[in-house]
Design a protein around this ligand. Structure first.
Ligand SMILES: NC(=O)c1ccc[n+]([C@@H]2O[C@H](COP(=O)([O-])OP(=O)(O)OC[C@H]3O[C@@H](n4cnc5c(N)ncnc54)[C@H](O)[C@@H]3O)[C@@H](O)[C@H]2O)c1
Length: 447
């Protein structure tokens, strides 16, 4: 496993606890010696064999000495491509966190290496596995609203989660591709998978207008400062993060700073941030569908709404994931299914509220189902084909990369101009667009 920050813990515990019968963590790699040590301590706590630790310059040696079957990549986004291609060159299969990578050149390198080596590359789109989103896929596959001609998709991050992207490496576009790549890769992948269609063109706009020095001053602060830990206005800033207050944050970041200077609590108001907090995109698809998308990173609640307009009706779906922030804690939305809405509205007929599918666990239960799919030697067949490979990884980031280019130039960007001859992804079939559509009942005029 490469990259031993907070996300890696999900995979380490899956290997060493839930799936220990089938998997073993044999080698770990990180640029931070403190986090290598922490991961080894976690293995001891898990009662598992302690994996050997390596630094990035010894990644090749790790593969030669440990001879892993699979390399799991959970490092920061800018490093993914090096480890994905290095692992495949050494004969390993890859499981990588999203975004697969952050620009078109690195994406091409991954696709070419995969083709040449014949290894597999899996991109862990856990959002697909959330039962409520799989149910949307089921409704679309069953033809509940006919062919989808357009959709509106709006994702909101609250000031608990959303602000976090402005505190650390994500806040520099060169590290993360900005939120159009880092975050929206999940959302664009959902749309591609839901529609069973590939994106063709993107037109986008975006701005950073909340996480700015001006907002800090409008909120009565004297200005942005370097970081929360040394902030002279920590008592007055509602965005203060106390890294020492939580054992997890303290051990993983604060106590590891001495090794690499990675400060997890940089000021969210600092001027040098170069990613957007407000984004809009219009995307066209090879199926003919059009997407209107937005992402907002400073909202009052966290979650999303999506509406599909089809030849037979409309499907509305949304999840309120978290409502408000109370001190250091996010207040979850109503537990159970109260935060999930799924409704089918025929062209002429009464709306039908659909009882949502559900599961326990992080990311709407999606993480647990995805881990089963990754680690069970013989996972059950999946009619929704939720396991994603490098093709889906590529399409989902290329929409964000095209959006970044469109923001720079003001022009509509064709994905084929960024990366020609992209192989078609393997999405499950949706109803044929030439299938007959029932004529709706007669109605009068609207006025
Ligand atoms: N699917 C999801 O829901 C989800 C959720 C969180 C994070 N992620 C993804 O997981 C990845 C890690 O995110 P995180 O929140 O754990 O970040 P993090 O900052 O906590 O951890 C990143 C780790 O990578 C290490 N690293 C940096 N440069 C390296 C290099 N050159 N070689 C090896 N290691 C290096 C850092 O030292 C750190 O330990 C990101 O790609 C992120 O997008 C996915």
């Amino acid at each position: 496993m490469v990259g031993l920050g907070s996300r890696h813990e999900l995979y380490q515990d899956a290997i060493e606890k839930t799936y220990a019968r089938w998997a073993e963590l044999v080698g770990i790699c990180d640029s931070n010696a403190g986090r290598i040590d922490l991961t080894q301590r976690r293995s001891r706590r898990n009662g598992a064999p302690v994996p050997v630790g390596y630094r990035p310059q010894d990644f090749g040696r790790m593969l030669r000495e440990q001879r892993p079957d699979v390399v799991i990549v959970t490092s920061s986004d800018i490093t993914h491509h090096e480890y994905i291609t290095g692992a495949m060159e050494a004969g390993c299969d890859v499981v990588t966190e999203k975004p697969m990578t952050i620009d078109a050149a690195k994406c091409r390198q991954i696709l070419e290496t995969r083709k040449r080596t014949g290894r597999t590359c899996r991109v862990t789109f856990n959002y697909r596995y959330s039962p409520a989103r799989s149910q949307v896929k089921e409704l679309l596959m069953s033809g509940a609203i006919g062919d989808v001609l357009s959709l509106d998709f709006h994702w909101l991050l609250n000031t608990h989660h959303g602000a976090d992207y402005f505190r650390r490496w994500h806040a520099e576009r060169r590290n993360s591709g900005g939120l159009f790549v880092h975050k929206a890769t999940h959302h664009f992948d959902l749309v591609h998978w839901w529609l069973g269609a590939a994106p063709v063109t993107v037109m986008a706009s975006g701005k950073r207008e909340f996480y700015t020095p001006q907002t800090a001053r409008r909120m009565g602060l004297s200005g942005p400062h370097h970081r929360c830990r040394t902030c002279p206005e920590k008592d007055r800033c509602g965005f203060y993060l106390d890294l020492g207050a939580s054992r997890h944050l303290r051990e993983l970041y604060l106590e590891c700073e001495q090794h690499d200077g990675y400060e997890r609590d940089r000021c969210v108001w600092r001027p040098e941030i170069d990613i957007e907090d407000t984004m809009n995109a219009l995307v066209t698809y090879d199926s003919g569908a059009t997407l209107s998308y937005s992402l907002n990173a400073f909202n009052a609640w966290e979650g999303y709404t999506v509406a599909f307009n089809g030849t037979k009706g409309r499907l509305e779906h949304g999840i309120v994931e978290a409502v408000y922030v109370n001190g250091a804690e996010t207040q979850p939305a109503n537990v159970g299914q109260a935060g999930v809405k799924t409704r089918v509205i025929p062209l002429r007929g009464a709306p039908v509220d659909i009882e949502p599918w559900s599961a326990e666990g992080e990311h709407g239960g999606g993480d647990r189902l995805m881990l089963e799919d990754i680690f069970l030697p013989d996972p059950p067949p999946d009619k929704y084909r939720r396991a994603a490979d490098e093709r889906a990884g590529a399409y989902s980031i290329l929409v964000g990369i095209a959006a970044n280019r469109s923001m720079e130039t003001g022009a509509r960007v064709r994905l084929a101009d960024l990366l020609p001859k992209l192989p078609a992804p393997d999405y499950p079939p949706i109803p044929d667009r030439t299938d007959p559509v029932p004529m709706p009942a007669k109605s009068g005029c609207g006025s």
